[in-house]
Design a protein around this ligand. Structure first.
Ligand code: CP
Ligand code: NVA
Length: 307
């Protein structure tokens, strides 16, 4: 029986280390063509209250590759945009769909969807987490190095949704994680605590304001925008605060010589990362993009019981 059949993915902490490992193995097998799971007649719904290119298209492509169908539930074309209660929307969608991916603001909203449905609910980004992104990122690390275990991931920038899921994902895969943020922009301490529990001592989480020491000897450098969706009015004020955390050629020379560079995208070139590093030989950003689709195809196949 499939390990993840019927399960939600609201946070990466919903997975055990074995489940995460299995998911990444399934994704690699799908990518290589070794397996080709199918979910004919299954329907994925997408409720996206924030913009998305990669997540929307990679989920759609993944579901089509599984032989399933997708319904894009644009909030402005449905009663969702007119404020129908989440509990009602959830119970309605539960009667029509087989799986639902949601991008919204509050983590509590995806939890509420899950409370009122018995189909798998997938977090496609909230203010708190972005678990699907990190499945693709760690698949990319695994492809590069063979395994994540014992390696060091350094994230530079805002202690945001991507940082939170990265901390949890690295802990599950036995990868050390260092987060370098300006004072006042650290990740949620409850997430850090959870990661320490999940890793069971197999890896460590370091939070620091010192970008240079955080990058020293790291195997992967990761960054994201300094102001996330919903924080656009804070963007200009943050630029000078975050400037020491930019991934540029100088910082990259402090990492392991074989280090790779990741970015979830969209990127602001010249802010959190330079054009030179983004397009340089250590960047794996475009493989990371492709891996969104393979990782989500694996996730959908797993939760729909096709593998
Ligand atoms: N990385 C990511 O989630 O991109 P989108 O916002 O385009 O989906
Ligand atoms: N932290 C970013 C990620 C976008 C994929 C945001 O929430 O806007």
């Amino acid at each position: 029986m499939a390990a993840l059949k019927g399960r939600n993915l609201l946070t990466l902490a919903d997975l055990t280390a074995d489940e995460m490992t299995r998911l990444l193995t399934t994704a690699a097998q799908i990518k290589s063509g070794e397996i080709n799971p199918q979910c004919p007649q299954k329907i994925l719904g997408l409720v996206f209250k924030k913009a998305s290119t990669r997540t929307r298209v990679s989920f759609t492509a993944a579901m089509y590759k599984l032989g399933g169908q997708v319904i894009d539930l644009n909030a402005n074309l449905t009663q969702i945009g007119r404020g129908e209660p989440t509990a009602d929307t959830a119970r309605v969608l539960n009667r029509y769909l087989d799986v639902l991916a949601i991008r919204t603001y509050e983590q509590a909203e995806v939890e509420e969807f899950a409370q009122h449905t018995n189909i798998p609910i997938i977090n496609a980004l909230t203010d708190l987490e972005h678990p699907c992104q990190i499945l693709a990122d760690l698949l990319t690390v695994q492809e590069e190095f063979g395994s994540c275990k014992g390696l060091t991931m350094t994230y530079l920038g805002d202690g945001n949704n991507v940082a939170h899921s990265l901390i949890l994902g690295c802990a599950l895969m036995g990868m050390n994680v260092r987060i370098a943020t300006p004072k006042g922009y650290e990740p949620d301490s409850a997430i850090v605590k959870k990661a320490e529990q999940l890793s069971g001592g197999s890896s460590e989480v370091v939070i620091t304001t010192d970008a240079k020491s955080a990058v020293q000897g790291a195997h992967a450098l990761y960054t994201d925008v300094w102001a996330s969706m919903g924080q656009e009015d804070l963007a200009a004020k943050r630029i000078p605060i975050f400037e020491p955390y930019q991934i540029n050629r100088e910082l990259l020379t402090l990492a392991d010589p074989k280090a790779i560079v990741l970015h979830c995208l969209p990127a602001h070139r010249g802010e959190e990362i330079t054009e030179e590093v983004m397009e340089g030989p250590q960047s794996r950003i475009w493989d990371e993009v492709e891996n969104r689709m393979h990782a989500q195809q694996a996730l959908l196949a797993e939760v729909l019981g096709a593998v």
